[in-house]
Design a protein around this ligand. Structure first.
Ligand code: DCT
Ligand code: MG
Length: 413
């Protein structure tokens, strides 16, 4: 579909202002390509840039608001609707364009209809402007503050991160770091910064366990230009030598002055012990380090990124009891997740850590509901055959699941 590739090549998601151009390229609903959309996100190709941003952003506000209210079912329903629209090779202009599409519930359709007819949805706009939504967004934007704590805070009258300090809330170490580096951590991490951090991580890993394999996962592996953090997965072909790697890695990084904060969790996954039962949160069983890196600022006119060593050259400023970095500082704080996986689980870990979150959720749902299998970031268990299915690559996992292989850049559901 050449017009699609053309508009993608021009760069940028197809936003509201591009709708007119798309309208003229597809004059009536008869011109809308007949296009079947599969109902699981893991059966679809979802590019990063698509044609319905004006609708998906609205639906995702409602999804986020449902998450703030801990209404998971409602949140997933809105996310699934948005995801279907992301996979369409055309911009939706009228309700007819939605005929035969899966996953579009009544509520989502009502919101879409209003946006198509009036340009915006009252429910979405009032949500966006509500004090509760804004406070929840600001408070959950603090590293270490989850929906529960944010909600408790809002009920006590807290509206923004500085209120956490002003009212003398008891904060754990993660939350203290979250408040301290709030501005930096809410500024998107660029690909250039992610690559600079990759170089540091490579240097660190290679000096503590030469021959290790390091993969950039998460949004950057899916082709995103920016992210909220940088995710790495580390392994070694010689099964077993990766044990104990994380503490050494963290030590190295810390000694070199790259870590502003870190918390490491041990690998608690044992196939023999855990069995096929899926852990409640499949992400938390690896040896994992949640960290905040201190990264030298990118200079604007060159691709070079200064690496900040142990000399403490960054300037800080104490504001309302929180330490804030001054604009123009020579370094910035960046969230980095490090995960170590045994080589035999590496394909599953790569698939599980590449995302998107919805794509992962749908893969697990597909495995369970359609195949009688249980998928995690560690393993795939076939309940009918009562055995684990081994895999050395993502392609093999898709094949076990009876799915067409979807490359990372098309997992942006
Ligand atoms: N993941 C998941 N389920 C979760 C959390 C994470 O399946 N509840 C997986 C999918 C993505 C990967 O872990 C990394 O998580 P994030 O960094 O939160 O997501 P991201 O896609 O990398 O987004 P961003 O670009 O904002 O970092
Ligand atoms: Mg990420």
């Amino acid at each position: 579909i050449s017009w699609l590739t053309e508009s993608m090549a021009e760069g940028g998601p197809v936003a509201v202002q591009d709708r007119h151009r798309l309208k003229t390229s597809l004059k009536s609903s008869e011109d809308t390509p007949s296009f079947t959309v599969k109902s699981y996100a893991c059966q679809r190709r979802t590019p990063l840039k698509h044609h319905n941003t004006f609708l998906t952003e609205a639906l995702e506000i409602l999804a986020e608001n449902a998450e703030f209210g801990e209404n998971e079912g409602r949140s997933v329903a809105f996310r699934r609707s948005a995801s279907v629209l992301k996979a369409l090779p055309y911009a939706v202009r009228q309700m007819d364009d939605l005929k035969n599409l899966p996953c579009l519930g009544e509520h989502s359709q009502r919101v879409i209809k209003e946006i198509l007819e009036d340009g915006s949805s009252r429910e979405v706009e009032s949500t966006r402007q509500s004090a509760q939504f804004q406070a929840m967004k600001a408070l959950t934007g603090v590293f270490g503050v989850g929906v529960r704590s944010a909600d408790r805070g809002f009920r006590e009258g807290l509206l923004c991160p500085s209120d956490l300090i002003r009212t003398g809330q008891k904060l754990n170490k993660a939350q203290q770091a979250g408040v301290q580096y709030y501005d930096d951590l809410n500024r998107p991490v660029t690909k250039q910064e992610a690559l600079a951090i990759s170089q540091i991580v490579e240097r660190a890993v290679n000096s503590v366990l030469p021959g290790s394999i390091i993969t950039l996962t998460g949004g950057f592996r899916r082709g995103k230009e920016v992210g909220h953090d940088v995710d790495f997965l580390i392994t070694h072909e010689e099964e077993g030598v990766e044990e104990g790697l994380m503490p050494k890695l963290v030590n190295w990084l810390d000694e070199q002055g790259f870590l502003l904060y870190q918390k490491t969790t041990r690998n608690s996954y044992l196939e023999s012990k855990d069995g096929p039962a899926r852990p409640p949160n499949n992400m938390d069983r690896f040896e994992r380090c949640f960290s905040i890196f201190k990264l030298g600022q990118c200079s604007e006119d060159s691709s070079a990124v200064l690496e900040t060593g142990s000399d403490d050259s960054g300037t800080t400023d104490n504001v309302n009891g929180t330490t804030r970095q001054q604009p123009g500082s020579s370094w910035r704080a960046v969230r980095v997740d490090l995960v170590v996986s045994p080589f035999s689980q590496f394909a599953f870990a790569t698939l599980g850590w590449t995302g998107s979150k919805l794509f992962e959720r749908e893969l697990r749902r597909w495995a369970g509901q359609e195949k009688g299998m249980s998928l995690s970031s560690h393993a795939l268990y076939d309940s009918k055959q009562q055995r684990y299915l081994r895999a050395n690559s993502e392609e093999e996992i898709f094949a076990h699941l009876g799915l067409e292989f979807i490359p990372p850049c098309e997992r942006n559901s």
